[in-house]
Design a protein around this ligand. Structure first.
Ligand code: FMN
Length: 184
């Protein structure tokens, strides 16, 4: 097994994804791992919508309807419709906000972001590639309505998963000094 520190240090996203994606049982395992996410108050403020096969067309139709309602031209509408076909599995991660005196919205959104990233990391450990995407369709009113979101719910992202078509990934430059302050 790859050393876990090496694994974490070398994590990466993959935008070119093809079949196969995680199987149904692997998806179940990924979602169980997601539900291990740190969660203030035990509110479990997450919802996962798993789209595979033809199910991805439902999301494509929603994106196309959103583009249409925004007066996009035909090419843009068709591009939107095909977006979910960029990977064999798409998992939409949603914060379902739970009113709580000690757990504000920002903490629940943070927890849902961690849940999405846990799935991405676990899928990578299983040998799959993935990429977290958002864009306008994570905030669009018609898309939000299609997921029955309330005002304080959020689409955290669309996690695309599949087999990485470009497995060699460069390292991004990291300048710790720009990001870190030490209080010794
Ligand atoms: C909240 C969030 C939203 C993102 N949305 C997009 C997106 O819509 N499209 C995209 O190409 N990358 C998006 N990214 C970036 C990719 O997920 C990825 O992190 C980036 O390509 C850098 O690659 P790396 O993860 O290998 O460092 C998003 C990342 C985050 C955290």
């Amino acid at each position: 097994m790859t050393n876990i520190i090496d694994f974490l240090a070398n994590r990466h996203s993959s935008s070119k994804l093809s079949a196969p994606g995680p199987s149904d049982s692997q998806i179940d395992q990924l979602l169980e791992i997601a539900c291990r996410t740190p969660d203030h108050g035990g509110l479990q403020p997450w919802q996962f919508v798993v789209m595979t096969g033809e199910g991805r067309n439902k999301l494509g139709d929603i994106f196309a309807a959103a583009a249409t309602s925004n007066d996009a031209d035909v090419c843009v509408i068709e591009k939107a419709r095909n977006m979910p076909m960029r990977a064999p599995v798409v998992i939409t991660v949603i914060t379902k906000f739970v009113e709580h005196p000690k757990v504000p919205w920002i903490e629940q959104v943070g927890s849902a972001g961690c849940a999405l990233f846990s799935i991405q990391q676990a899928a990578l450990a299983m040998g799959f590639g993935g990429i977290w995407r958002t864009g306008d369709f994570a905030r669009d009113a018609l898309v939000r309505d299609s997921f029955n979101l309330e005002a304080e719910d959020e689409i955290i992202g669309y996690l695309y998963l599949g087999t990485d078509q470009c497995p060699s990934h460069g390292h991004k430059t990291i300048k710790l000094a720009d990001k870190v302050t030490y209080w010794n």
